[in-house]
Design a protein around this ligand. Structure first.
Ligand code: ADP
Ligand code: MG
Ligand code: ZN
Length: 509
């Protein structure tokens, strides 16, 4: 079967694809560690520094230079392994992975091959299935430590790719930054949830690394990168199909979309009598498709061998146990604890986590707000603003402490909900702290009876029929008058007090 045909087979609609085939996924995630120095030299690792300013003879691969392993990176890798329920090797080695690429100055990458630091773990992820939330256990094949490559910038072309470029520039700042690769076992049985499981796994892994404090895990800056493997087998088949490995998946949403697209594409190839080629593919965020990369090389092509410049790695058992004992509360456990403490349903908890609001609400509660109020503001007004501005909740220029202060101001009756929204607007607009905004904008609830009296009299006079209804005992009609008073006072009246005063007045007349 020619590759031309497989590229032009198009896609089969998702439901049809799933009727005929069962997907198997496998995820390879690279996490750039947030260590101060590189993996095998003392160079700094700041993101965004001017090109080639964080380099030395070792990470430039100059003759005579020798690598020394970074202990902090080894420690971080072991902590990731422990958090993923892995076995930690008591003895392992670094290996040279030999291939030429201009952004890899030594002509080989120091990695780990058949002796990885961590093996045989698992991570549980929750996905929203047809019968509600379900937990899928993802097997972890290995977690190993390697060094990152430099970056090549192709200049002059339309696509940023090498084809059509006038020239290319190489920046070695990233070369030698510690990189942890986490590889799953093949994940079967997820069926039509495969794309969501893939996304949930990368999300959970990102949260885990964040909780461990080992990396800033920013997909958009490349400190967390994901390759998504996918194969399809006809339903009921006993063997898995041929996989493709999709690279360049730079957001959580793309993980899901890329897996979904590959299911549809491979299904079309297979249904048309074609054969899936084992290859890497590139995900295109803009068009939502994958295109063929290189055909996949085999491990033997890399001529791996133990790096003779580095001593074997033999983490002492008591060190590993000390690291295990010092692990922080992990995201799954934290979620369970907070959900119970806050009395949330699975659905509520899910909404909170998906909105990226869990940590923010937790911090707001820690700053003195009741959980229900903290949740209300973050998932309501603030989520709306974040959505409008196209930023994440955490990216809004307001802190959990400030939100907690707004909640306290509402509880104290200084402002009502409507004024609180105005306070938040002021804080987001950079007008200062909640108290400063209250003072500067004059946002204080008017609950003084005398001050409210005039507005209430006006509202009654302007709505005689409603007033009559209330006099006749239809208390529910008071809402319309309260609304009129609120409008007249531009939201600054204490609505509860206004209602009381209206009922008092009309009862007495
Ligand atoms: P490579 O070096 O080729 O990237 P790795 O072992 O690092 O290989 O990763 C391969 C990934 O693909 C793993 O996550 C593995 O579980 C997964 N995988 C292996 N076989 C299949 C298959 N038939 N379908 C889907 N995924 C697979
Ligand atoms: Mg790999
Ligand atoms: Zn260096």
């Amino acid at each position: 079967m020619s590759s031309v045909l497989t590229e032009t087979a198009g896609v089969l609609p998702y439901d049809q694809a799933l009727e005929a085939f069962e997907p198997v996924i496998g995820l390879e995630v690279h996490v750039e560690l947030g260590t101060n120095s590189k993996m095998f030299c003392g160079c700094p690792t700041m993101f965004g520094a001017p090109p080639n300013t964080q380099v030395c003879p070792t990470c430039l691969g100059l003759p005579g230079s020798l690598p020394v392993a970074n202990q902090a990176a080894i420690e971080a890798t072991i902590r990731i392994g422990l958090a993923l329920n892995c076995e930690i090797a008591s003895w392992c080695r670094f290996a040279r992975k030999n291939y030429f690429y201009p952004d890899m100055p030594k002509n080989y990458q120091i990695s780990q091959y058949d002796e990885p630091l961590c093996t045989e773990g698992w991570l549980d992820v929750d996905v929203d299935g047809p019968d509600g939330m379900q937990t899928v256990r993802i097997g972890i094949e290995r977690v190993h430590l390697e060094e990152d490559t430099g970056k090549t910038l192709h200049v002059g072309g339309a696509t940023g790719r090498i084809h059509g470029a006038d020239y290319s520039l190489v920046d070695y700042n990233r070369a030698g930054i510690p990189l942890v690769e986490i590889v799953t076992k093949p994940v079967t049985g997820t069926d039509r949830l495969a794309p969501e499981v893939a996304k949930a796994y990368v999300t959970e892994l990102r949260e885990l690394c964040r909780a461990l404090g080992v990396s800033d895990v920013r997909m958009e800056q490349g400190s967390l990168r994901c390759d998504a493997n996918l194969s399809l087998a006809p339903r009921g088949a006993t063997e898995w199909g041929t996989r493709t490995e999709t690279k360049n998946v730079n957001s959580l949403r793309s993980v899901e979309r890329a897996v979904r697209y590959e299911i549809e594409r491979q299904a079309a190839v297979l249904s048309g009598g074609g054969r899936v080629i084992q290859e890497t593919r590139h995900w295109h965020e803009d068009t939502g498709v994958t295109t063929a990369g290189r055909s996949k090389e085999e491990a033997q092509d890399y001529r791996y061998f133990p790096d003779p410049d580095l001593v074997p790695l033999a983490p002492a058992a008591d060190w590993v146990e000390a690291l295990r004992a010092s692990l922080p509360e992990l995201p799954t456990a934290q979620r369970k604890r907070l959900q119970a403490a806050w009395g949330l349903t699975n659905l509520d908890m899910d909404a909170l986590v998906n909105a990226g609001g869990l940590g923010l609400v937790a911090a707001t509660v820690a700053a003195g707000a009741p959980a229900s109020e903290a949740r209300k503001w973050w998932l309501g007004e603030l989520a709306r603003r974040a959505n409008e501005d196209g930023v994440e909740l955490a990216g809004l220029p307001i802190t959990p402490k400030q939100v907690a202060r707004v909640v306290v101001l509402v509880e104290a009756g200084t402002v009502n909900d409507k004024l609180a929204r105005s306070v938040i607007e002021g804080v987001l607009a950079g007008e200062g702290s909640p108290d400063e905004v209250v003072a500067a904008r004059g946002l204080v609830v008017v609950s003084d009876d005398a001050a409210l009296g005039a507005a209430i009299d006006e509202a009654i006079a302007a709505n005689p029929e409603i007033a009559d209804k209330i006099r006749a005992g239809k208390v529910a009609a008071a809402g319309a008058l309260v609304g009129a008073v609120m409008k007249a006072t531009r939201g600054q009246a204490d609505a509860a007090r206004v209602r009381e005063l209206i009922l008092e007045r009309l009862a007495g007349s």
